[in-house]
Design a protein around this ligand. Structure first.
Ligand code: FES
Length: 109
């Protein structure tokens, strides 16, 4: 249906009514109840809303939900049960966002 948004989120298929102007962050949080995706600055500054769309990081607070049609989205909830990399050199108190580390790998931080 043309007024439906079909996408995959964390390995599950969803078909949802399109809401004009909705961001991917709002769709994830408000309609799929995946509140692990945080909304902080809403200005593409902080990265708290980062998710992967077809394997590429996007700032979901600025990413139109409709743009995710037919794509695969991975949020922090999709990482549940996965074992963090044993080579991850995290130091206590560094303030490193574990999601970013898992999504991008420690070599890119
Ligand atoms: S909430 Fe800060 S970049 Fe999206």
């Amino acid at each position: 249906m043309e007024n439906q948004l079909n996408l995959g989120v964390n390995g599950s298929s969803h078909s949802l009514p399109i809401l004009p102007g909705e961001t991917l962050a709002d769709l994830l949080r408000n309609r799929l109840h995946l509140t692990g995706t945080k909304i902080a600055c809403e200005e593409s500054e902080c990265g708290a809303c980062t998710v992967l769309v077809d394997g590429e990081p996007v700032l979901s607070c600025m990413y139109p939900a409709q743009r995710a049609a037919g794509k695969s989205v991975l949020s922090i909830e999709g990482l549940a049960g996965q074992t963090p990399s044993p080579t991850l050199p995290l130091e206590k108190g560094k303030g490193v966002c574990l999601l970013l580390v898992e999504l991008f790998g420690h070599s890119r931080i």
